[in-house]
Design a protein around this ligand. Sequence first.
Ligand SMILES: [Zn+2]
Length: 170
Amino acid sequence: MGKNSIIDNLFYDNKKGSLLYKGTRYLLIRPETIIGFLKAVEESLKDEAGEKFYLGGFRGGFFSTKRYKEIHNFSDKEIIEFMMKMGAEIGWGKFSLMRYEPKENILEVSVENSPFAIFYGRSDKGVCHLIRGVISGMATALFGKDCQAEEISCIAKGDNRCVFVVRKNC
Ligand SMILES: [Zn+2]
C-alpha cells in the first residue's frame, strides 16, 4: 500500500460521523452510486446531465485550488502538483500534468484508471464530467478567468486514458 497524505491526515469525528481533511469535509462514496445518479439524470436531461455533474466538479476544483493554495502557501505550479497528487489519493485515478503554459492559459492533464469511465461502461463521448469540472475549476482559479476543459480522450470511448485540455487563452 502506498503512502497517502490525504488519508493519513483525515480526521474522523465519530460523534458526528464526519471525515475532515484540514477542516474540509470529505465523504467516501462508491462509483456505482455516482454513475447510477448520472445515468438516472441522463434519462431525463440527456447531455445536459453531464453539464450538471461538470458544475459540481467545477465547484469542488475551484474551491480546493483556492483553499489549499492559500493554506499551504503554494505557487501555481505547486498547487497543480498538489491537486494531481490529491486526485490519486482520493481514488479518482492517476493524474499527470502533461502541459502547463501559464502565459497562454494552457493546461493539459491526463488521468489513468478513472473510476467514472470504468463504472460507466462504453460511450461515444467522454463521461468523466466530475474530473473535467475539477480541472476547469482549477484552471479558472489559476488563470483568473472562466476556463472550460474538454475531455478529448476517455477510457469509456476505448482510449487508454482520459485527457483533459484547457485550450489556449481559454
Ligand atoms: Zn474519461
